[in-house]
Design a binder for this molecule. Sequence first.
Ligand code: HEM
Length: 487
Amino acid sequence: RGLKPKLPLPPGPKGLPVIGNVHQMPTSYEWFTFADWAKKWGDIISVTLLGQTLVILDNPRHAVELLDRRSNIYSDRPVLMMAGELVGWNQALALSRYGDRFKEYRKFFHKVIGSRSNLQRFHGLVETETHKFLRRVLHSPDEVHAHIRKTAAAISLMISHGYKVQEGHDAYVEVVNDAMDKFTVATATGAFLVDILPVLRYIPQWFPSAEFQRKAAAWRTCLTDMTEIPFEFVKEQMRAGTNVPNLVSELLTTEELTPEKLYNIEWSGASLYAGGADTTVSSIHGFFLAMTLFPDAQRKAQEEIDAVIGPDRLPTLEDRPNLPYVDALVKEVFRYHPVVPMGLPHRVTQDDEYAGYLIPKDTIILANVWKFLHDPEVYDEPMTFNPSRFLASEGKEPECDPRDFCFGFGRRVCPGLLLADVSVWTSCAMTLATLDISHAMENGKVVEVEDVYLSGTISHPKPFKCSIKSRSAGAESLVLSPEREVA
Ligand code: HEM
């Protein structure tokens, strides 16, 4: 350990005294800039921002070695002053520090949705909600994005709190979406000075320039509503004996309830909902974008479904092993645009040595997942949407499964990954079976669609227009048929 301070930091752009590399840091689409930097500096880069070291990994080899294999020291999170400390999101799993509370949250998640066998009991729910989704899309195809959001909310809120979302306006969904929208603003890169100068947190709310404090206080109230209202709902349902199985009620029944446990259960429920609210939404919306732009992939998947399932029923998760092209298409959706292109930051809790470099304690580690999934050495023509890359063909192995990277790493790996995979597959398969997605037409002209995603921690397709129609009269009656009721 004595020799470590003599080791150099990983290479990177030369910074200025005091501020370091602050002026060189990208404020949007970091994954493109960092992929460019890798050409010059190599695939493990360091920068310093006002004394804080950041290490950027541009090759999955390093992410696996550090974040997976050494996860006992690489699983902390950086402190976010605005969103975490002032608004209070540091109580939720995604921003929680590595420690006992974190471990308990993870244990709770694992118990309910952490294994395929546990998740199986929610397959019926995912299928039923996705069937409802098809009906909403057929009714108002221009609002497909709102329908995707509603479906994700319905699935997550049922699993987290056993709450059944209402058609049209739903008060709970409003509360939760409001808190989530504030989260996005609070975590936007460089949006709040207090994230750069943490000492500002001590400025009182009444101070004229303390607008951020007043925002934080208001947003904290939204967050409290988001955690408390659904939690109270579950307790009420349990008292009345009417609750359906869900994470919160299961934990309230099986855990020994100390005040700390109750607190952790309440926040686990909110963390599940928060994690599932916006992520699968981006993947499924990205699927609609890809189907508009790449009609060949859509046609091949539909041909497979027609041959294997036929026209008389909707595909279900049991059909998945018999639909290899659809499965490959879903993998390509995860690869083509990873929803969290830079993953979430990890923080190392002690000095470490790697590849001849020093990684000092408290360094923030960023994995450029977008780069991992667009590396031409691993993915042939990475900028092309081509599901066949995941199918074995003569003399060619399938390319790497993107799900090994797009859900993050080590002890922080996405705890909702199995649910995400099942939800995205069901949406893609049921949509392909019944609907045709293509370019919209306006005044006899094709409406151009840009293959562009917005910048952000969770990156969404830039809003676009497409045409969505039922594939046939038979497909339409399948969509309109009553969905299976689930308990
Ligand atoms: C396409 C869908 C999804 C993608 C691509 C995705 C991706 C990710 C990534 C990259 C992370 C950070 C992992 C790391 O730090 O290394 C993460 C964390 C997390 N995800 Fe997901 N996720 C998805 C869906 C979901 C769903 C459906 C849920 C909830 C059921 C969920 C809950 C969470 C939570 C709670 C965390 C924080 C974990 C922690 O900090 O320990 N995610 N996710």
